[in-house]
Ligand binder design. Structure first.
Ligand code: NAP
Length: 543
């Protein structure tokens, strides 16, 4: 471990401004964090790299970008007035609508005056003497704050694999995670898309309908269940709005924080005919609740394969060419990687202007000036779309040079994988909090309620410190160790360990393989957080 304190760049022109709290990121987490802290009387400042608010929904503007959690649930509940007045137009909100929502929230709660846009945070350093953080942005400007809150998102650091030759490509190339604001017109173009995860599954049908030709480079086929997206029926919305408290309360009791129909039945104790009926019902309903059909699906391989086989059967029904259907059929555990929600994905491969290139055995060799080369053959392209995902959960945090007590670098601390206490705090990093950090349920749940729970817990903690006259809080190494073991132990009992997913960091070469999210479910996690607070912040040292 290096204990050398980094030199702070001096910035003579701008005197250091001091806040109670600096929040990094103006996505859904940063916006609510600012609102809540300000309401408690704290002086808070949000620093945001983008030119606007919205986080994920600001950056991911690729064609077809849409949330896979239903809009009436993927929304804030902290303000009943907000949830009553906002009108979602579709079952699954598309990116432009989600971005409008984020902007509406920023305006409605008058948040913009404390949000500094165009400000990418490069470094954050804890100063022991003053028990405060100095946060430095890429232009060298610095601000200081008693607390630093990283609201930087779980899937916000795009992964562009180091393909040889990218720089020499003569066409245009794009990453789904940082799509041009003005949009891209693929009309008449030969397009190559690399990747078949959620972003690709959503964008492929739309790009295929526009482009002259689309070539899809697939390394691992993915399971996708239909979204059955549709405009929302006003009567349905009225009923939801009239009973929001009940819906939210039911959601809080589920593993994912989503009001789903989770069955307690076991697939292996159900007859094949009954199972087929159940899968069919859920398939017709659409969405992520498909995996809620049986509670043994994520722990018993045989059970899991009954659901996987059902989806493979559907792919065979949808894709006319049997060889192509076989190539598009995943063989791994369903739900091990994030289940995709699709709108016409498999059917797109019936189009005459779409080609699938399997790169599972023969990886992409290089990007040439005119296209993508695999096994010595060049596929010519005018544009390449990298739908290659993210350095998930840790990427955005580690991009910032975060230095804790005694100059301890987070990059060093996490060199063998992320370690946190409850996914909100780290030993050696006093007064630093992470919203939906590794070790919390985050990406395995509906992000909005998970964000709200973290924001409320963190702000209550800061208020508790102010009320008791404490100026420093730090997770103890023992509590962190215990939490990390607990998170790992729970994960090892499930089938989620069995594939090369981003949950495990396996999509990034050299990244330690550690299952990052907390898999014990939202209710159990919330109970633990509440218990910690009720016991005077058990596992933390306050001084
Ligand atoms: P992803 O799921 O990580 O998919 C990345 C794709 O790129 C995979 O198919 C991967 O193949 C492929 N890939 C990566 N490196 C490659 C290489 N060197 N050569 C060939 N192929 C390569 O990323 P994503 O689709 O952006 O989705 C990430 C997560 O964001 C999702 O799981 C979901 O949680 C979230 N998301 C949600 C929505 C939604 O709400 N509907 C939409 C988009 C994203 P391998 O599988 O073989 O690694």
């Amino acid at each position: 471990m290096t204990n050398r304190r980094p030199e702070l760049k001096q910035n003579g022109s701008s005197p250091q401004r001091r806040f109670d709290v600096v929040i990094v990121g103006a996505g859904f987490a940063g916006l609510y964090m600012l609102h809540r802290l300000r309401g408690m009387g704290f002086k808070a400042r949000v620093l945001e790299a983008g030119t606007g608010v919205g986080g994920t929904w600001y950056w991911n503007r690729y064609p077809g970008a849409r949330c896979d959690v239903e809009s009436v649930q993927y929304s804030y509940q902290f303000s009943d007035a907000l949830q009553q007045e906002w009108e979602w137009s579709e079952r699954y909100a598309a990116q432009p609508e989600l971005l409008r929502y984020a902007n509406h929230v920023a305006d409605r709660f008058d948040l913009r005056r404390d949000i500094q846009l165009n400000t990418r945070v490069n470094a954050a350093m804890f100063d022991d003497a003053s028990a405060s953080w100095v946060i430095e942005s890429s232009d060298g400007a610095r601000v200081a704050a008693a607390f630093c809150i990283m609201a930087t998102g779980c899937l916000s650091s795009p992964n562009l694999p180091a393909f040889k030759g990218i720089a020499a490509f003569e066409g245009d190339h794009y990453h789904t995670g940082c799509w041009p604001h003005e949009g891209v017109d693929f009309t008449g173009k030969r397009v190559a898309i690399i990747g078949t995860g959620s972003s690709a599954v959503q964008s492929i049908p739309i790009i295929a309908a526009q482009a002259k030709h689309l070539t899809v480079f697939q390394r691992t086929p993915n399971y996708a269940v239909p979204a059955h997206n549709a405009p929302l029926d006003p009567e349905f919305v009225r009923r939801i709005k009239a009973s929001y408290p009940e819906l939210r309360a039911r959601a809080r009791k589920t593993m994912t924080g989503i009001d789903f129909d989770y069955s307690d039945a076991l697939a292996m104790e159900t007859s094949p005919q009954e199972r087929q009926r159940e899968y069919e019902t859920r398939w017709q309903r659409g969405g992520l609740s498909f995996l809620g059909a049986y509670r043994d699906l994520m722990v018993d391989e045989e059970a899991n394969d009954t659901a996987a086989a059902f989806v493979r059967g559907k792919i065979r029904e949808k894709v006319r060419d049997p060889e192509l259907a076989e190539a598009l059929s995943p063989k791994n555990t369903i739900g091990c990687k994030r289940l995709c929600i699709d709108i016409g994905y498999y059917e797109t491969f019936n189009r005459s202007n779409v080609t699938l290139v399997d790169v599972s055995e023969t990886p992409i060799e290089e990007i040439t000036p005119r296209g993508v080369k695999v096994a010595g053959r060049q596929c010519e392209a005018d544009a390449i779309v990298f739908a290659t995902g993210f350095d998930a959960m840790t990427g955005a945090l580690l991009k910032v040079d975060i230095r804790g007590r005694g100059g301890l670098a987070l990059r060093e601390k996490w060199s063998a994988g992320p370690t946190t206490y409850l996914g909100v705090a780290m030993a050696g990093f006093p007064n630093l909090f992470t919203v939906t950090g590794p070790g919390s349920p985050s990406v395995l749940t509906n992000m909005l309620p998970t964000i709200e729970q973290h924001v409320e817990w963190i702000s209550d903690t800061i208020a508790h410190m102010r009320a008791r006259g404490f100026d420093r809080i730090e997770a103890s190494a023992a509590a962190e160790d215990e939490w990390v073991s607990h998170v790992g132990e729970l994960a090892s009992r499930t089938l989620r360990y069995t594939c090369s997913s981003w949950y495990l960091g396996a999509n990034i070469p050299g990244k330690p393989r550690v299952f990052m999210p907390y898999i014990g479910g939202f209710p159990r996690y919330v109970e633990k957080c509440n218990e910690v607070a009720a016991r005077g912040y058990e596992g933390f040292v306050l001084s």
